[in-house]
Design a protein around this ligand. Sequence first.
Ligand code: RIB
Length: 294
Amino acid sequence: MSGRVTVVGSANVDLVTRVERIPAPGETVTAESFNIYAGGKGLNQAIAAQRAGAQTELIAAVGSDSYAQVLIDTVAGEGMDDTLLRREPGSTGTAFVTTDATGENNIVIVPGANGRLRRLTDAERDCIRRADVLVCQLEVPTSAVEDAVTTAWEAGTAVVLNPTPVRPVPAAILAAVDVLIVNEHEAEQLRVDELPVPCVLTTLGPKGATLRIRGERTIQVPARRTIAIDTTGAGDTFVGAFAAEIARGIGYAEAATRANVAASLSVEEEGAVPSIPTRQAVDDALSVERVENQ
Ligand code: RIB
């Protein structure tokens, strides 16, 4: 069983500048390189789910500029259906990403077409109903996320929410969430311990992750040693890989372990999309780890 995942979210073109260190306010530094990649949390998570073996569909919006085709070609190049990528007049979402020598980054996004994904069409809702798992983030309007999770909840499709960039999440959305995935900062900002969701997965970067199943237990997801070149999209890789695993019926703890390995592999190369590993690459990394631990 491969499982079906539908992602509703953003698609951006990432303009990535690599610097020795991120400039302080008012400072000018010279970049070591500049590259353009496909990105956006929605698109990254969809590709992560697809490469992790799920049959994945992405509901997103691109603009009418030349960047739009880059994103359409990227989605089609992964073997995913590009018909649910809406073409909106105006600019495609753009992210200005700066990465430093330690692999850390900062990002400024210009929503562009992502901001026009406000309500879903009947065809888009049908796509959510067909899926085993729906994945959403908050780089598109809240109204689209609410529409998507309500549709999923009514159809019995599991909902994974990655509430980033952080903003208040309406109760109607939280009520439909099965698994909330956050990083440490988001966990603190959103006070996730107080949120009424059955499961919270907190990613801890090089320290692994914790999985808290309400009323049951908290599980520590083991870390994997890695050398970070670029952490952009690592969280997205985690989310997409986790969704793909639970869509094929794998339990949360094992799915989180595999997702953590996928995320750790994704930081070893520059660019969000180029560095997302396949399921096979995750299997290989796990086998190497087993041999090393013997
Ligand atoms: O999470 C990484 C992503 O955030 C980048 O690809 C960028 O587009 C922003 O959306």
